[in-house]
Every structure is written in structure tokens, then in C-alpha cells.
Design a protein. Structure first.
Length: 155
């Protein structure tokens, strides 16, 4: 038997410790939660991404009665893919709002989003920094691969 351990390194920041570029993304992700349509879960997710060409794009989760909605992260990424095909995503920030306030602990993407984000990262052949926003703490990882170590991939 071989045993292998996977370690995810997370950098923890306060908002004030972030650089201006990251602050802008965090602010934009928080703003994007207002565009969320979440009448069933009441869990509003906003995402903001920065493309290599400097364009910033927002996305928000959109639910429906058939529970076939889309998460904020994929909303932003698919927008980028449709409007800026082939332009890599440099960074992605994710914020969540529920019960009248932003969540205390940063929320990580769901499994479907992790897989979709990994494919964007793989196609671009460069890491995508991920910024997870909590009320007081902000987590940063250098690559979506850090959040999906045993990814399904044909690449």
C-alpha cells in the first residue's frame, strides 16, 4: 500500500492587507451578490474575475424552481468565455451573502464549479488565483488545483 497526503496551502488576509487589485475584485464580488436570484436557498453568491487583458467581469448565482440554476463562479467564467474567448482568467474572487449579511467564513466553490474552473485554468495553461471572501478573513490560493487535488481531467 502507498499512502499519499495532499496539502492545500491557504494564505489568510484581512481586507486591509490586500493589494488594490485584489480589493477591487473583492468589492466587485460583494457587489455581484446583489444581482443574485436565490429565492429557494437564500444563499447569494457573487463572483468577480480579472482576465489577463485587464477586463473585470461579474457573475451571480441564478436559481429556478427546477433547481437547475447556475453558480456565481460559473456565471462569471461562462460570461468571460463567451465574450473574451481564449483570454485567460488571472484571478477570481467569490463572496457569499445570506440572512442579511456576508458569511463569516469564506465559502469555497462547489464541486461542479471547481471542475469548470479547473478546465478554464488548464486551457489557459496558467494558474488562476482564487480569493474566497469571508466577513473578516479572506483566503487566497494560488491555483484552483489547490481546491481540487484529484481532479477529473482528460488534459
Amino acid at each position: 500500500m502507498i499512502e499519499k497526503e495532499f496539502v492545500t496551502k491557504i494564505q489568510i488576509y484581512s481586507y486591509n492587507e490586500l493589494n488594490d487589485e485584489d480589493k477591487n475584485l473583492v468589492d466587485m464580488a460583494k457587489e455581484a451578490t446583489k444581482a443574485s436570484y436565490a429565492p429557494y436557498s437564500n444563499f447569494h453568491v457573487g463572483a468577480a474575475l480579472l482576465l489577463n487583458n485587464g477586463v473585470m467581469i461579474k457573475g451571480a448565482n441564478q436559481e429556478n424552481a427546477a433547481f437547475a440554476g447556475i453558480c456565481g463562479e460559473r456565471s462569471a467564467c461562462y460570461n468571460a468565455g463567451a465574450n473574451y474567448p481564449g483570454v485567460p482568467i488571472k484571478k477570481l474572487a467569490i463572496a457569499s451573502f445570506t440572512r442579511g449579511d456576508f458569511v463569516e467564513s469564506p465559502t469555497a466553490p462547489c464541486g461542479v464549479c471547481r471542475q469548470a474552473l479547473l478546465e478554464f485554468e488548464t486551457q489557459a495553461n496558467q494558474p488562476m488565483e482564487v480569493i474566497l471572501v469571508g466577513k473578516e478573513k479572506i483566503y487566497k490560493v494560488d491555483s484552483i488545483k489547490s481546491l481540487l487535488p484529484l481532479a477529473f481531467s482528460e488534459f
